[in-house]
Structure formats: structure tokens, C-alpha cells
Design a protein around this ligand. Structure first.
Ligand code: SF4
Length: 348
């Protein structure tokens, strides 16, 4: 696809430049941005405040490639899983999780993933391709439109980039997508309501915190290099000490805290020694820890931790002055961790 004409991927500023480039007043860019990212229209013809000749001209110059929701599943607790069809026939997935005070949508940033985490089905696919900014934003806008049409549920208030793919391996598109989602003339989401997750791509993390004004989550998942290298191959390149040093020194914006995601696997990283080591690892970092009990997945050699163990783990971290929360999975067999959303979809 010609990325130049992929108009959904252009940020607010880029869209104004684009209209100047095609000989129109830049304010046309503002109008079109609002139609695209606030009203979520799919056709230039619906942009009724544009002059008719411009509406007729635009389809020859640019395309609005909306994602199609090809499948939707609803769990008893209100969680909705979506499968989105892309223009080239590939598919990605996202999960909408309404709660009392917020409604979170988890979205994908790549088709497949190159990171190869041992507990994640997405990793077994390898990387197929990056998503464009328009395809990342398009997941949110497709769900917002579907919820509006259904006149039910609360709108999306939070977005987490924790679906298929490693977001920081597609940082340019992620940065543009964040810019679009935050813009007051678009969906106007709050910057504290967006979280981008990473396995720990160190140079990209530094760029991310300088350039992208939303929260960062790091998938830690282990307290020793032996454990983590088994679970996450990236650890062979960037061992835990190097990762934690980077986290300690990141110039975090606006007093943001890093969230460390810690998926708990029975007998692997849920032992007493792990509690002590985890507390030591995070003690100098402005951070909190999310404990995520693993949901077993067919074909993968990992088990869920015992309930009592999870409680002890959280309580003892708290005794050691670590802010830790247990994040329960949503929906029947829904996986809460990065990439596990995809793993779980077929079994919902
Ligand atoms: S857990 Fe996330 S980073 Fe790891 S393989 Fe799965 S999608 Fe990729």
C-alpha cells in the first residue's frame, strides 16, 4: 500500500501539511482529522463540511483504510474480544474490558512478533509485518464505532498496547498512533490512560520516554537471568542488570512510574527467593509491580500458580515496601499479559 496516501496514519500536524502539499488550505487538514478520528467516518463523502469538489478529488489522492471487525466474542463479565481484518487479508486481535470506573482496550502493534517469548503463542508465529499508525489507531476507532452503534457499554477510556507484537519494535508507528489518540480533535484520550508495554528494548525505551508522553510497562517476568532467558530470549541480549540500570536512569515524564509486569508461573518464578529478589530489583526504580497469574495455554509447558501463593507473593512484596497489585485475567480464559491475548482467543 502507498503509505503516503494512507491518510489514517497521518498525525494532526502531518495532515495539515498534507493538505498544504495538495494545494488546499491547511485548515482542511483539521476538518478531515476530526472526521477521521473523532467521528470515525470511512468515506470522504461523509465529510459534509468539505467543498463538494474536494470530496470528489480526495479518493483519487488518498485512502481511508478502515479495519473490519471480522469476529466479536462476548464473555460473561462483559469482556469483548475482537478480530480485525486488515487490507491485505491478515488479521489481528484486541480485547475490550469494561470495569466500574474505566473501560480498557488492549490493541496490537504488529502482525505476529519476533520476540519469541516461550509462554506466548504470538511469538511462535514470528514477525509477519508491522502495523501502520492508521491500523493501530484503527483498532480503537473500530471498537469505539461498534460500541456507539450498539448504544451499549461505556466508551473506551484506556488503551494498552499489549496485544500482538512488541510495540517498541514499531516505535515510529506507535508514536504517531499515540499522537493521534491523544489529540483533542480526535478521541482526546488522556495521556495517563495510555500504556505501552515492552519486553525491554533498551535503546527504544530511552527514545520512547523522551518522545512519547504516555506510560511505559516493562515485561519483567523473572528474577534471575536463567529464568528470564528461558522465558524471554531478549534477555540474552539485554540481561536483567542492564534492563534495570536503564529503567533506573530513564528520564520519566511527569512523575510517571514504570509498571513491571510479572506473569507468575508455577514452580518457575513464584518461589520465596523470587519475592526477595524482585523487591531488590525494583527498589531503586520509580515503579509498581503488576502480578499476573499465568493462564495455562494448550501446547505450552507452563502452569498457573496456586491462588494462595499469589496472595503470599503480593503480601510479602508489600511488606518489603513494593507497590504490587494482582491483575486478574478478564473473560473466560482471557490472557492478560502481553501477547497472551492472541493465544487465548480461540479458546474463549
Ligand atoms: S509476549 Fe509480547 S513480546 Fe513476547 S512474543 Fe508475545 S507478543 Fe511478542
Amino acid at each position: 500500500m502507498d503509505e503516503k496516501n494512507d491518510i489514517l496514519s497521518l498525525t494532526f500536524d502531518e495532515l495539515q501539511d498534507y493538505f498544504a502539499d495538495i494545494g488546499e488550505k491547511p485548515f482542511r487538514g483539521r476538518q478531515v482529522f476530526r472526521w477521521l478520528h473523532n467521528r470515525c467516518v470511512a468515506d470522504f463523502d461523509e465529510m459534509t463540511d468539505l467543498a463538494k469538489d474536494l470530496r470528489q478529488r480526495l479518493p483519487d489522492l488518498a485512502r481511508i483504510t478502515r479495519l473490519e471487525i471480522t469476529e466479536e466474542q462476548l464473555a460473561e463479565d462483559g469482556t469483548r474480544k475482537y478480530r480485525f481484518g486488515l487490507h491485505d487479508g491478515l488479521e489481528i486481535e484486541g480485547v475490550f474490558m469494561p470495569e466500574a470506573k474505566r473501560a480498557t482496550l488492549c490493541i496490537s502493534t504488529q502482525v505476529g512478533c519476533a520476540m519469541g517469548c516461550a509462554f506466548c503463542a504470538t511469538g511462535t508465529m514470528g514477525l509477519v509485518r508491522n502495523l501502520s499508525a492508521g491500523e493501530i489507531v484503527g483498532q480503537v476507532e473500530a471498537v469505539v464505532s461498534a460500541l456507539r452503534d450498539g448504544a451499549q457499554d461505556r466508551p473506551v477510556s484506556n488503551v494498552v498496547f499489549m496485544g500482538m507484537g512488541e510495540p517498541l519494535a514499531n516505535l515510529d508507528a506507535v508514536a504517531s498512533a499515540v499522537d493521534i489518540l491523544l489529540h483533542p480533535m480526535g478521541l482526546n484520550l488522556g495521556r495517563r490512560h495510555l500504556t505501552v508495554s515492552t519486553v525491554g528494548l533498551l535503546p527504544a525505551m530511552e527514545r520512547f520516554v523522551r518522545e512519547v508522553p504516555v506510560r511505559l510497562a516493562v515485561s519483567l517476568n523473572a528474577t534471575t537471568d536463567e529464568q528470564r532467558s528461558r522465558l524471554m530470549p531478549i534477555n540474552r541480549k539485554h540481561p536483567i542488570a542492564e534492563l534495570m540500570k536503564t529503567c533506573r536512569n530513564l528520564p520519566l515524564q511527569q512523575n510517571y512510574r514504570i509498571t513491571f509486569e510479572y506473569v507468575m508461573f508455577k514452580g518457575i518464578n513464584d518461589q520465596d527467593e523470587d519475592i526477595e529478589r524482585l523487591a531488590r530489583l525494583v527498589k531503586d526504580v520509580h515503579a509498581k509491580v503488576n502480578l499476573i497469574p499465568y493462564n495455562p495455554c494448550e501446547g505450552l509447558p507452563f502452569e498457573a500458580p496456586d491462588e494462595a501463593r499469589v496472595r503470599v507473593f503480593a503480601d510479602r512484596l508489600s511488606d518489603l515496601h513494593v507497590t504490587a497489585m494482582v491483575r486478574r485475567s478478564r473473560g473466560d480464559k482471557l490472557k492478560a499479559a502481553c501477547g497472551q491475548l492472541v493465544t487465548g482467543l480461540k479458546s474463549l
